[in-house]
Design a protein around this ligand. Structure first.
Ligand code: COA
Length: 127
């Protein structure tokens, strides 16, 4: 999980390390996607605030993008959120990823904002 997030967010997207490692990982649920040989190729994180799920840190290594890994990770993490009692979910989507989340039923809420210098939109979905 750390290797993927280092590769995708810190190296590819220039997210500062202190923002990436925000202290929330120890209490989070992490989903990890692996290829046929067991190598980790994608990750996502779930933080629960009572019945509200906060999904984030979605990343698929570049050579595996566009092959359904992200969709599988998002489905997995929303299923876990539901099982643990969440009734709705939100995420802060990079604007370039909004169409990906829209396909999974998330809707944009509010105005664009910057996080780590990257434009984002908050998106929500009931579970
Ligand atoms: N724009 C438009 N559509 C997109 C998209 C994008 N950026 N990324 C994926 N999709 C679409 C796919 O075409 C596919 O559509 P289909 O069902 O009609 O075939 C569907 O979303 C599922 O795509 P999938 O192959 O599962 O996505 P992925 O494995 O490439 O994962 C990301 C998507 C965003 C997680 C991945 O591209 C990634 O890690 N990007 C870099 C990190 C990042 O930006 N993370 C998001 C932080 S908010």
């Amino acid at each position: 999980m750390r290797d993927i997030r280092t590769q995708v967010f810190i190296q590819e997207q220039n997210v500062p390390e202190d923002l990436e490692w925000d202290g929330e990982d120890a209490r989070a649920v992490h989903a990890l996607a692996c290829d046929g040989s067991g190598r980790a190729i994608g990750t996502a994180r779930l933080l629960l605030h009572n019945d509200l799920a906060h999904i984030g840190r979605m990343a698929v290594v570049s050579e595996w993008r566009g092959q359904g890994v992200g969709r599988a990770l998002l489905e997995c993490i929303t299923n876990v959120a539901q099982e643990r009692g969440a009734r709705s979910a939100f995420l802060n989507a990079q604007t370039t990823a909004v169409p990906f989340y829209r396909l999974a039923g998330f809707k944009v809420e509010g105005k664009e904002f910057l996080d780590a210098g990257i434009p984002h939109l908050r998106m929500t979905r009931s579970l």
